[in-house]
Design a binder for this molecule. Structure first.
Ligand SMILES: Nc1nc2c(c(=O)[nH]1)N(C=O)[C@@H](CNc1ccc(C(=O)N[C@@H](CCC(=O)O)C(=O)O)cc1)CN2
Ligand SMILES: Nc1ncnc2c1ncn2[C@@H]1O[C@H](COP(=O)(O)OP(=O)(O)OP(=O)(O)O)[C@@H](O)[C@H]1O
Length: 199
């Protein structure tokens, strides 16, 4: 693995872990409240599914009591939500989400949907794919956890799918290391600062 990516990940995770509970609540509430506006400004087709993920631990959107305001907000506005399922080193599989009762423990301390798996190609049906990131740049470079899961899955999106990385307000960085397999995102979404399109 690229050493500078690994160092950056460690620094970014350390900073995330220092965030107070109050700040985590605020981030989660801001993301949920801004969802309709974000989907509007992306021009997302409401008939197409929305790929989200279950934020855990210090990820923006994760709450101290494990509630999932962003996922609930998406369901509440009538979106069909797909969530990732890790299947080894294959591209992510996808399954539907309606409420918390659909989630079961998965690898890496994640929560995963237990509904019927729709296959890795289900990502192509999504109008918008919201992806986790540790940091992103204004030109769409994304730093993930290093599993390569999204790098293997994002090439399967359709030409009209918009990919949006969620980062904390202080995680939009001027530059990040890039490798040839890194897939760029179309927009970066921050809890307070909102959405920016990437060049
Ligand atoms: N919420 C969430 N879901 C996701 C991802 C993600 O980054 N966040 N992924 C993004 O690709 C995929 C799964 N890959 C992941 C890999 C590592 C960790 C993680 O938190 N690792 C801990 C170490 C704990 C462990 O590995 O057991 C860490 O990095 O501190 C999370 C997800 C798909 N689903
Ligand atoms: N399209 C791909 N096909 C096969 N392997 C890949 C692909 N993309 C990435 N990988 C592998 O995954 C590893 C991790 O990649 P990288 O460090 O870019 O992950 P990341 O984008 O931070 O993680 P993630 O996508 O899980 O959030 C790389 O070392 C690479 O070998």
């Amino acid at each position: 693995m690229n050493a500078s990516k690994a160092e950056l990940r460690a620094q970014l995770l350390a900073r995330r872990r220092e965030r107070s509970e109050a700040a985590r609540w605020q981030d989660a509430a801001n993301l949920a409240a801004s969802l309709p506006g974000v989907l509007d400004s992306l021009g997302a087709d409401p008939a197409r599914p929305l790929c989200l993920y279950v934020p855990v631990r210090s990820e923006p959107g994760a709450t101290p009591d494990g509630s999932l305001p962003l996922l609930d907000a998406a369901v509440a506005i009538g979106r069909r939500v797909l969530l990732p399922v890790v299947t080894g080193s294959a591209p992510l599989d996808w399954a539907g989400f309606r409420d918390r009762g659909d989630l079961v423990p998965g690898p890496h301390g994640l929560l995963e949907p237990s509904r019927r798996r729709e296959g890795p190609a289900a990502i192509a049906s999504a109008g918008v794919v919201v992806v986790p990131a540790l940091a992103a740049t204004p030109d769409g470079v994304r730093l993930g956890r290093g599993g390569g899961h999204y790098d293997r899955s994002l090439p399967l999106v359709s030409g009209s799918t918009l990919v949006v990385a969620v980062v904390a307000d202080d995680e939009l960085l001027p530059e990040l290391p890039v490798e040839p397999h890194d897939v760029r995102v179309h927009a970066v979404w921050r809890p307070t600062a909102g959405l920016i399109g990437t060049a």
